[in-house]
Design a protein around this ligand. Structure first.
Ligand code: S3P
Length: 455
């Protein structure tokens, strides 16, 4: 499914983006681990999350979508999960295929590491290249056993511990997925499981665990880190969860409106958890005009409406310490940098090499193909913006990476010549309806080839 985006006039309108992917996975997993019924409003109905819904169903939870909530206080459709209680999941009858989803597979490995049965995990060609040792190694310290393909890749066969042991584990990489896998393993483990993170990462798991009734304590560490401790074997009870709009999805229309001259848009109900909102800070430093209004709190998460209007952007230094708070936003930030005046240097990007694709390489290759001057280092990216629109005229290989696809489509809106992507299918993992939503604002994204439009 190729898709082409073309230079567009000003973007205008009020939109909402789909639910937060991270929160959606966690709400389903904790709902499945709770006693009673959980109602999830605003769940992301993207492929990644639907894979997690299918997985927890295969593990014995009941998951369905309820179109009408006449009796409840919250109107509108919701997802209902009838859980099995902590430690109550059952051995699945067949392989769990998590598709493209690193979060789904790693969090479920954690959860099942302390259930005494065997699960086989697999995924698509992208997920099969990604490292699983970062979760499997600490989970084996808790008593789980596993076999994996060379390099700790999928498929993985995991047998959960009969008698799980709590651990204290210092994360070698800043990863919310690894932290969350260990906390979820700690649910069915007696005693206290502690994860120490040298740099704070997104804390949705901690927030939702508390929301479902677990006791989680967080201690600040010298040097800015945190130690997170879960008291094992809590009784979790079904809850009402409202999923905020995904800031990692909002990032695309946000940057589009900041870049396309004359634009002004509002994105309602976006999660602005400070551990996710590094892009807002970075864009503000570049000169973007973004205002947060109607700030509120829902299911323990900070939410706001984002108003953005186009303004000239300037290149900056993006500090490495900020990477965990905007790790998924570098592809779209790089597009903003390509249109800014001056050089933007981004450091501490090593983790980008093990995302849905090697994003550092994909950004550098794609920008160079679109006529932007860019230097790729081992874990750095330097982009030389020029105030002029980039040349464009590139065909980008997306390699099953949704954010690479959406980032380059966004750049096409300000390029002299169109930018095409070879395959838009991966966008469905996180942002169903992306092109239609953008086109509703005035963007020009279509499946037509250039020849068809200009015969
Ligand atoms: C996520 C954590 C991040 C992020 C991913 C979602 C999560 O990955 O890139 O898209 O939901 O915990 P890492 O934990 O590997 O940094």
């Amino acid at each position: 499914m190729p898709l082409t985006s073309r230079r567009s006039a000003a973007l205008n309108g009020d939109i909402r983006v789909p639910g937060d992917k991270s929160v959606s996975h966690r709400a389903l997993i904790l709902g499945a681990s709770a006693v009673g019924e959980t109602r999830i409003h605003g769940l992301l109905e993207g492929e990644d999350v639907l894979r997690t819904a299918a997985a927890v169903t295969a593990l014995g939870a009941q998951v369905d979508k309820v179109e009408d909530d006449i009796a409840g206080s919250d109107a509108g459709p919701y997802w209902r999960v009838r859980g099995r209680g902590v430690g109550g999941l059952a051995e699945p009858a067949s392989v769990l295929d998590l598709g493209n989803s690193g979060t789904g597979v790693r969090l479920l490995m954690g959860l099942l590491a302390t259930h005494p049965f065997t699960t086989v995990f697999t995924g698509d060609a992208s997920l099969a290249t990604r490292p699983m040792g970062r979760v499997l190694e600490p989970l084996s310290r808790m008593g789980a056993n596993f076999t994996a393909r060379e390099g700790d890749r999928l498929p993985v066969t995991l047998t959960g511990a009969e008698t799980p042991a709590p651990i204290r584990y210092v994360l070698p990489v800043a990863s919310a997925q690894v932290k969350s896998a260990l906390l979820l393993a700690g649910l069915n483990t007696p005693g206290r499981t502690t994860v120490v993170e040298p740099r704070p990462t997104r804390d949705h798991t901690e927030t939702l665990l508390t929301h479902f009734g677990a006791t989680v304590t967080v201690e600040d560490q010298p040097g800015g880190g945190r130690a997170i401790t879960l008291a094992g074997q809590p009784e979790l009870t079904g809850q009402q969860v409202t999923v905020p709009g995904d800031i990692s999805s909002a990032a695309f229309p946000l940057v589009a409106a900041a870049m396309v001259p004359g634009s002004r848009i509002t994105i309602g109900g976006v999660g602005v958890n400070v551990l996710r909102a590094g892009l807002l800070e970075t864009l503000a430093e570049m000169g973007a005009r973004i205002t947060l209004t109607n700030r509120r709190r829902d299911s323990g998460e900070d939410v706001a409406d984002l108003e953005v209007e186009a303004s000239p952007l300037t290149g900056i230094e993006v500090p490495a310490e900020r990477a965990p708070a905007m790790i998924d936003e570098y592809p779209i930030l790089a597009m903003a940098a390509a249109t800014a005046a001056g050089t933007t240097r981004m450091t501490g990007l090593g983790e980008l090499r093990v995302k849905e694709s090697d994003r550092l390489a994909a950004i550098a290759r794609g920008l160079a193909a679109a006529g932007v001057q860019v230097e790729e280092g081992a874990d750095t990216l330097t982009i030389h913006g020029s105030k002029k629109p980039p040349r464009g005229g590139a065909r980008i290989q997306t390699n099953l990476d949704h954010r690479i696809a959406m980032a380059f489509l966004t750049l096409g809106l300000v390029s002299e010549e169109p930018i095409a992507i070879d395959d838009s299918a991966a966008i469905e993992t996180s942002f169903p309806g992306f092109a239609a939503l953008m086109n509703g604002l005035g963007a020009r994204m279509s499946a037509r080839t250039e020849e068809a439009e200009n015969p």
